[in-house]
Write a protein that binds this ligand. Structure first.
Ligand SMILES: [Zn+2]
Length: 220
């Protein structure tokens, strides 16, 4: 039986990656990162609820220094841009230096220390188009790096890498994954703002799957 660790932000992709792969990979631990992002409080609440639902151990990793060297709208006083969906400009505005590379390396330390065979994360086709750290090439290369930098040699798995957001919502619905627990918004409001890049993707995917009921629950 394998055992695994997952990166969990509480957003659509990581929630569905967990729900979809929990049994197959024996996911036991979820790591959520606090780097001072505007949405951190809500992400931590969502991640906690998701871990309770899936009976998964939850650890919060604080990365105060990452906030200090990040000046994108995710953490700065600047407003989160209103999205035009998937444009390079929207992507640049929310770039955090080496985020997935760093998070996966931290997860690899946990894997090396506690014997996890796999590290899962929610990379997907939509974000792969704009963010190079959401691509299959990145997943493959960083897995190779852990052959050298760890003794346990954990493999990195991205179960949703061939799927876009529409498919990911479809998978969630088909597998009874509790989408009401999701927190995908970049802003800090009580409910999803509906206009940031992440919200726009989620809303579009819910509409494509005729799940407007979730829009009423999740959005302002
Ligand atoms: Zn939003």
């Amino acid at each position: 039986m394998s055992k695994s660790v997952i990166l969990l932000s509480g957003g659509l992709d990581s929630l569905v990656a967990l729900g979809y792969s929990k049994e197959e990979y024996g996911i036991e631990l979820a790591l959520t990162f606090d780097y001072g992002q505007k949405s951190v409080k809500k992400e931590l609440e969502a991640s906690k609820r998701i871990c309770e639902y899936y009976k998964t151990e939850h650890r919060i990793i604080k990365l105060d220094w990452l906030k200090d060297i990040t000046n994108t709208a995710l953490v700065s006083d600047e407003d989160i841009p209103i999205s035009n969906l998937g444009t390079l400009q929207s992507a640049k505005a929310v770039w955090v230096p080496n985020r997935n590379g760093l998070f996966l390396n931290i997860a690899a330390s946990y894997a090396d220390a506690f014997g996890y065979d796999y590290i899962l994360f929610g990379a997907n086709k939509d974000e792969g188009g704009t963010f190079s750290d959401n691509t299959e090439a990145f997943r493959e290369k960083i897995s190779e790096v852990f052959e050298f930098s760890t003794q346990k040699h954990p493999k990195v798995i991205a179960p949703l890498i061939n799927y876009g957001k529409d498919d990911i919502v479809k998978i969630a619905v088909e597998n009874s994954i509790p989408l009401e627990l999701v927190r995908s918004c970049y802003n800090s409001g009580e409910k999803h703002c509906g206009v940031c890049e992440s919200c726009r993707h989620l809303k579009k995917a819910l509409i494509a799957n005729h799940r407007e009921d979730y829009i009423n629950i999740l959005f302002e």
